[in-house]
Design a binder for this molecule. Sequence first.
Ligand SMILES: O=C(CO)[C@@H](O)[C@H](O)[C@H](O)[C@H](O)COP(=O)(O)O
Ligand SMILES: [Zn+2]
Length: 197
Amino acid sequence: MPLLQRIQQQFHDSVQAKQQALDVMAAPIERAVRLMTQCLQSGGKVMACGNGGSAADSQHFAAELLNRFEKERPPLAAIALTTDTSTLTSIANDYRFEDVFAKQIQALGRSGDVLLAISTSGNSLNVIEAIHVAHARGIRVVALTGRGGGKMNALLAADDLHLCVPVERTARIQEVHLLTIHCLCDGIDALILGEIQ
Ligand SMILES: O=C(CO)[C@@H](O)[C@H](O)[C@H](O)[C@H](O)COP(=O)(O)O
Ligand SMILES: [Zn+2]
């Protein structure tokens, strides 16, 4: 396939992935917006974690809540658990890489907080450990996954939310994750600013 055609195919596949996701993800995203907004308005915070591209997504989301998205509003309590290299390397070096997020949640997480757990496969062990600790501390989980949600699917509690992209390819799942993150930011802003109920 010529290069130009490959690029056109990528665009086409991305559009198709988003169309497929629209049908199944809009309603759970609405629930996640309401859950996170209620958490933030009650003095809780949103923590986010994931690996690789999902670490970048965690940081992207936390920055848009803490600083701003599209509108002026007060800063919101959000933190990515993927950023402090001293914390991450010491936990991985002294204990296990699986514990890099879980230990931060043990230290910082409070009942009423929300964890955004991002994994395209649903099988990353450090994200799975983070979910276990979140449950133990009364922290509800919004899981952002793909490919059926892997091991995370079976792990979620009844009052957690699962936003699962119904496609197989990691890049396409990540593209829908970014759209989802922007839907979360837009919805949280609209609720907090009283534009919708
Ligand atoms: O961005 C990409 C691939 O597009 C990679 O960096 C990818 O995020 C990494 O391989 C991650 O370790 C994959 O983890 P996960 O999504 O399965 O939890
Ligand atoms: Zn990527």
